[in-house]
Write a protein that binds this ligand. Sequence first.
Ligand SMILES: [Mn+2]
Length: 266
Amino acid sequence: MATYAIGDIQGCYASLRRLLERIAFNPILDSLWLVGDLVNRGPDSLTTLRFIKNLGASVRLVLGNHDLFLLAVAEGIAAPRPKDTIHDVLAAEDRADLVDWLRRQPLLHRDGPFLMVHAGLLPQWTVENAAEMAREVETVLSGSGYRSFLRHLFHGPAPQWSPSLKGPDRLVSVTRVLTRLRTCKPTGEMSGFSGPPDEAPDGFIPWFGIPGRRNADATIISGHWAALGLRLEPNHLAIDSGCVWGRQLTAVRLEDRAVFQVDYAG
Ligand SMILES: [Mn+2]
């Protein structure tokens, strides 16, 4: 009986199956925690999504930016670009079920000392703050106002988070942090930088390296930063090892931090 945190899958279904074989995953006994970005850029978004949905209660996942993009495209709110690989989901007969299931998934998952998000948390946020704000977004995304929210997310302004933001601006800023944050200033101002941490723009540093960040008491599990790669610290497990870029898919067993990796296999 074990819990495995798995990095960004992005439609790399064959790699996922190989990793589950490697860990001898048993859905009756074991749990999988998935850091989000289940789909897009990889070869098999549809098969991946169906497989994960069918695993039911043995999976805990949080949504990533590519998952939200799929929701927006499915609603006609965003348009796929040539490098996107979600056409198989959009053409599927069970598309409505898959999309409906996906939009009811959380942006943050907590259990004991562990907190899982796709990207990261701002230094000003406590674990409690982050969990409350994630719930605000989840309530809208799983409710009847989700199309309006997605329109704001993909077409509205993208304000930096501040406690004074209200309405859609607040929800959009929280969502952008949880699903896109890599580097920020100690004030919490985010950059759009996605390269390796030592090339971050002046004044911006990795969110987890901000001195005195208020959520350092949790063990945070995150993905989203392939250029950072696998990085295991006492209070942070960064597990996007760039499978979709031809590198590895990683699972970390939370009970003992044992690391399991497979090379990209499609
Ligand atoms: Mn991502």
